[in-house]
Design a protein around this ligand. Structure first.
Ligand code: AMP
Ligand code: TRP
Length: 354
C-alpha cells in the first residue's frame, strides 16, 4: 500500500536486437499501462556499458529501442520516452544508493553472478552496482509500479530494500525537511520519502523461453538465432522459427494442468495467449486435443499479424532518425525537470548544502 501518486516506470537496455521476450514481457505491458496512468519509459544506456564497455553503433541501438516503443504504440507526448544518460540525476541518485546498499546485497544478485561468470574479480564495478542504478532510475521519479519480465524480480526486491533502508536511516531528516508520507510496510509504520515499488510481472508470458529449449530464457545473447523471434524478423523468418520450434510428440491438452512438465508446449501456448490477449486456459479451450501441426500455423499467423505492423513502423521510424532524436531530446528535458526536483529533496534530506 502507498500514499504515493501512481507512476509507472520501466527501462530497456540498448544492447542487441529486441525479441519476443522483450515485447511480451515488457513493451506490450508498457503500452497497455498508458491508459489512465502517468508513465515514463527509458532506454537505459548507462546500464548498457556495465557488461561491455564499447558498443558498435550505440546511438543506433538507443534509437532502435525508442523506435520499438513508439512503433508498439507508446505515446511520447502523453507520457515520457527518453534515454537515461540525458538525465544525469539517475547517476547522481545511484551514487547515494551505492552508499545505502550493502555489497552483500549486490553479491547475491543472480544476474550479476550469471553475467560476471567465473571471473568475478574482473567484472566491472558498474556491473556489481547495476541494481543500485536501476533502483535510482525508478525512484528518482518516486515511481510506484514497474512492468518487467520475470527475470527482473530480484532487482526490484532490491530496489525496495534500498528504498526502505534510505527511509529508515533518514527517517528524522525526512520529517524535519517536511518531506515524505506515512505508509505501512508489512505491519510497520514508516515515514517514507521513497515508495515501495511494485513489480508488474503477471500475464501469460512473464518469461518467454527459447524456441530451441523450453527450459532456457529467450535471450538476446543466445548464439542460435532460431531460439528467438526478433522484432525485426520478417514473415518468413517468423514462420520458419515457429515451424522449427522444439515440441514434444503429444497434442495440446485441454487444460493448463496438462502443460506441466512440457516446457516447450507451455511456452508456445503462453506466447499465443500473450499475443492474443487471452489466458492460457482460453487458448487451450480452443486448441485442446489438436496437434502442433495445427497449432503452429495458427501461431505463425497470429505472430505475423501482431508483429509485422510494429516491424514496419520501426523500419519507417529508423529511416528518419531526426524524428526519434527529437522525441528523446524532449523526453529527456521533461524527465530532467522531475528528476531535479526529487534530487533537490534528497540533497536536503541528506544534508548537502545547495
Ligand atoms: P533487457 O533487454 O534485458 O533490458 O530487458 C528488457 C525487458 O524485457 C525487461 O523487463 C526484461 O525482464 C524483459 N525480458 C527480457 N527477456 C525476457 C524473456 N525471455 N521473457 C520475458 N521478459 C523478458
Ligand atoms: N535491468 C533491466 C533489464 O535488464 C533494465 C532496467 C534498468 C530497468 N533500469 C530499470 C527496468 C528500471 C525497470 C525499471 O531488463
Amino acid at each position: 500500500m502507498s500514499e504515493f501518486n501512481k507512476l509507472v516506470f520501466s527501462g530497456v537496455q540498448p544492447t542487441g536486437n529486441l525479441h519476443l521476450g522483450n515485447y511480451l514481457g515488457a513493451i506490450r505491458k508498457f503500452v497497455a499501462l498508458q491508459e489512465g496512468n502517468d508513465c515514463i519509459y527509458c532506454v537505459v544506456d548507462l546500464h548498457a556499458i556495465t557488461a561491455q564497455l564499447v558498443h558498435e553503433d550505440l546511438r543506433g541501438q538507443i534509437r532502435s529501442i525508442a523506435a520499438a516503443f513508439i512503433a508498439s504504440g507508446i505515446d511520447p507526448e502523453k507520457h515520457i520516452v527518453f534515454n537515461q544518460s540525458a538525465v544525469p540525476q539517475h547517476a547522481e541518485l545511484a551514487w547515494v544508493f551505492n552508499c545505502v546498499a550493502r555489497i552483500g546485497w549486490m553479491n547475491r544478485m543472480t544476474q550479476f553472478k550469471d553475467k560476471a561468470g567465473k571471473d568475478r574479480e574482473n567484472a566491472s564495478l558498474g556491473l556489481l552496482a547495476y541494481p543500485s542504478l536501476m533502483a535510482a532510475d525508478i525512484l528518482i521519479y518516486r515511481g510506484t509500479h514497474v512492468p518487467v519480465g520475470d527475470d527482473q524480480k530480484q532487482h526490484l526486491e532490491l530496489a525496495r530494500d534500498i528504498a526502505m533502508k534510505f527511509n529508515l536511516d533518514y527517517q528524522d531528516n525526512i520529517r524535519t525537511s517536511g518531506l515524505g508520507t506515512d505508509i505501512v510496510v508489512g505491519e510497520e509504520p514508516v515515514h517514507a520519502f521513497f515508495p515501495m515499488v511494485e513489480p508488474l510481472i503477471d500475464g501469460p508470458a512473464p518469461r518467454v523461453m527459447s524456441l530451441r529449449d523450453g527450459t532456457k530464457k529467450m535471450s538476446k545473447s543466445d548464439p542460435s538465432d532460431l531460439s528467438r523471434i526478433n522484432l525485426m524478423d520478417d514473415e518468413d523468418a517468423i514462420s520458419k522459427k515457429i515451424r522449427k520450434a522444439k515440441t514434444d510428440p503429444d497434442g495440446l491438452p485441454s487444460e493448463t494442468e496438462g502443460l506441466k512438465g512440457r516446457p516447450e508446449a507451455d511456452n508456445l501456448v503462453g506466447i499465443y495467449a500473450a499475443l492474443a490477449d487471452k489466458s492460457k486456459t482460453e487458448v487451450l479451450a480452443e486448441f485442446g486435443g489438436q496437434q502442433f501441426s495445427v497449432f503452429k500455423p495458427a501461431l505463425v499467423d497470429l505472430a505475423v499479424n501482431v508483429l509485422s505492423p510494429i516491424t514496419g513502423e520501426m523500419r519507417r521510424l529508423m529511416e528518419d532518425t531526426s524524428h526519434i532524436d527529437a522525441i528523446l531530446k524532449k523526453g529527456g528535458e521533461r524527465a530532467r525537470v522531475r528528476a531535479e526536483k526529487t534530487m533537490n529533496e534528497v540533497r536536503d534530506i541528506i544534508g548537502f548544502l545547495r
